[in-house]
Write a protein that binds this ligand. Structure first.
Ligand code: 5GP
Length: 193
């Protein structure tokens, strides 16, 4: 097991509905030493890539992406969830359905912060059905930027998102891939990497 898998076994909580709660160390209270290690691991996995921007989606991607961007010494930009509709023109827009909240949000990135010269690494905390990542890919592509890769902290391998993104031809790196979770036994099975 790698450092993240060990932490998931120690502190992750399996909830009904295929939800893994990691809010004691990743997306409510954040373990900063763990985030630093996550940042270093993504730097290692994407070391050969010419990355000049890290991109994520609010809210839980932001803390993680900040540590990744620090390793690459590049800016980080996050897609904002927005309710306003009259924003086209200055903004790239995508529609994203939330896995955890079951609602749809428009997410936006200002045209000031993303464009054809950019080579982006997309980062998020979880990958489930892939809606969040597809929204970020769509924003990056409509800006003319190049997607150099996608980094996920925890991929739920029994949901479709990983397959969809890999089939699109992108380099997708997940630090832990959960292939099964048993809420009754409290056990998690990881895909060997
Ligand atoms: P997707 O768009 O791939 O269906 O879902 C990814 C998004 O939903 C992530 O940004 C994450 O915030 C949230 N998410 C999906 N599954 C889980 C989960 O098992 N636990 C937590 N904490 N968040 C999840």
């Amino acid at each position: 097991m790698n450092f993240l898998e060990e932490r998931i076994v120690k502190d992750g909580i399996i909830k009904p509905g295929n939800v893994l709660k990691v809010d004691s160390f990743l997306n409510h209270q954040m373990d900063i030493d763990l985030l630093e290690e996550i940042g270093r691991e993504f730097k290692r996995r994407f070391a050969g890539k010419n990355i000049n921007k890290v991109m994520t989606i609010e809210a839980s991607g932001i803390g993680i992406a900040a540590f990744v961007a620090r390793e690459f010494h590049v800016p980080m930009v996050f897609a904002k969830k927005s309710k306003s509709i009259n924003i086209e023109g200055e903004m790239y827009v995508a529609e994203v359905e939330s896995f955890t909240h079951k609602n749809k949000n428009q997410v936006i990135v200002s045209k000031k912060f993303l464009g054809p010269g950019d080579h982006v690494l997309i980062i998020d905390d979880f990958l489930a059905n892939g809606c969040a990542l597809q929204g970020l890919v769509s924003i990056a592509e409509s800006s003319g930027a190049t997607v150099e890769g996608l980094g996920i902290v925890i991929e739920k391998g029994f949901q479709i998102g990983g397959k969809v993104i890999r089939n699109l031809g992108y380099q997708l790196e997940s630090l832990a891939i959960v292939d099964a979770m048993d809420p009754d036994a409290g056990t998690v099975t990881f895909r060997p990497q």
